[in-house]
Design a protein around this ligand. Structure first.
Ligand code: C5P
Length: 408
């Protein structure tokens, strides 16, 4: 599960959160908190069905706003809650969306406040995000399939569903996404789609080079920068594959992850994929050397024999290998330095023959949530000042997108 975003990504966003009848209403309580924590104001609207699963009082307390449940609500001066609510909103999110509610949306029916405001919203200004939650047979039913296809054709964005255990005891497609996943999906929805239609390959984390079955050589890279880049690229609309060394970080939403351990495994995972990708970002702190032969059994300490000699051999340079491919993606390398970041980054630009190197102070950023980047390319140097890694990753993705457009 990913942690709360460090910056209020939804600041100034006003969201209508619509709840329809389903047991997943309990997750809508948590979702409200997550959206509010991420900076949004949340106006909850509940159908009668939703009120059987969770109370308006709970949702009011969490959203800090009175909840709307009826189109006949007398509070608005103009008695037009459906117009007012949809005009104020930057998006309407229906979570959970029942099979019945999706059928209503598909038909454009408007016999309760939530369906009414969905039809009344200005389609071009107030997008509709739908998070289905239902039994797997209901989700698989041809009528639901038709209705989902119809609302997508009408411009709705589907968030999920997920696969897994269902409240009814069955297992399959139809679970509502978890609150933090929905929060991240909403945040991603509002990011500019600078890499739409592009494919991005990212390496992240350290590698681990075995000495014997219980010991090995690794480094302090946490993988956070690479994971943030994978997330930012996915938010920007790219299809993203993340080749990750041994780290315990959650996979960003929508990212395909391949776990590896050693530099050679990382090399073998990257090379077949690289020629078909538009962009390769080598964030991983790949071990430069590995023991010549990993012992198959634990090396035992023997009295009087001293330390065993450790013969090392160089690992393949993944970035340089990809950069030398006849059909190579746009390659971005990282330079984690302890001093003279710019000079080292510029030297690496030439040595690795890549169009962009991102310099950073390795010891200062390993394991941290913050970083500062120095973008070095043939055109000059640009500093991205200290910020959290996701913010920097989004800026880097924007810089990469700009360079892709300039050199298609
Ligand atoms: O050679 P050096 O480690 O200084 O360069 C760092 C850059 O090269 C990073 O982008 C890193 O991911 C990449 N690299 C690699 N394979 C290696 C060593 C580094 O892809 N064996």
């Amino acid at each position: 599960m990913s942690s709360s975003p460090p910056l209020p990504d939804l600041q100034k966003r006003h969201l209508v959160l619509g709840l329809t009848g389903g047991i997943a209403c309990y997750k809508a309580a948590e979702l409200t908190r997550e959206l509010v924590r991420a900076g949004a104001t949340v106006q909850v609207v509940m159908t009668e069905g939703a009120e059987h699963f969770i109370t308006a009082a709970t949702m009011q307390a969490l959203s800090n706003r009175p909840v709307y449940t009826s189109q006949w609500d007398a509070r608005p001066d103009n008695a037009m809650a459906h117009i007012n609510l949809s005009r104020e909103a930057d998006a309407v999110i229906v979570a959970p969306a029942s099979a019945d509610f999706i059928a209503k949306l598909a038909q454009g029916r408007a016999d309760d406040l939530l369906s009414l405001l969905c039809v009344a919203r200005r389609i071009g200004e107030c997008p509709l995000l739908v998070a289905p939650a239902m039994n797997r047979e209901m989700w698989a039913h041809p009528a639901t399939r038709r209705n989902v296809a119809q609302i997508v054709a009408d411009g709705a964005t589907m968030l999920g569903p997920a696969t897994g255990d269902q409240a009814c005891g069955e297992v399959g497609d139809g679970r509502m996404l978890e609150a933090v996943e929905l929060r991240d999906a909403v945040i991603a929805f509002f990011q500019p789609k600078l890499l739409a239609g592009r494919s991005v390959l990212v390496t992240a984390g350290p590698t681990y080079e075995a000495i014997d079955p219980v010991r090995g050589i690794t480094n302090l890279s946490s993988g956070k920068m690479g994971f943030a880049i994978a997330r930012a690229a996915a938010e920007a609309g790219a299809s993203v594959t993340l080749v990750a060394g041994p780290v315990a970080l959650a996979t960003p939403m929508g990212v395909t992850r391949i776990d590896v351990r050693s530099a050679r495994e990382m090399h073998d995972a990257v090379l077949p994929l690289a020629p078909s990708r538009d962009v390769f970002v080598a964030t991983a702190a790949v071990a430069d050397w590995r023991p010549v032969d990993a012992a198959t059994q634990k090396i035992k300490k023997a009295a009087g024999q001293g330390a065993p000699a450790l013969a090392l051999v160089e690992n393949p340079d993944i970035l340089a290998t990809v950069a030398a491919l006849p059909k190579r993606p746009y390659c971005v390398g990282f330079a984690a330095e302890s001093h003279e970041v710019e000079a080292h980054a510029r030297a690496k630009l030439e040595r690795k023959n890549v169009p962009l190197i991102v310099g950073n102070l390795g010891p200062a950023t390993f394991g941290q949530d913050h970083n500062a980047l120095l973008l070095v390319d043939a055109g000059g140097t640009r500093a991205l000042p200290a910020d959290d890694k996701l913010t920097l990753a989004r800026q880097l993705v924007a810089e990469i997108a700009q360079r892709l457009c300039a050199n298609p």
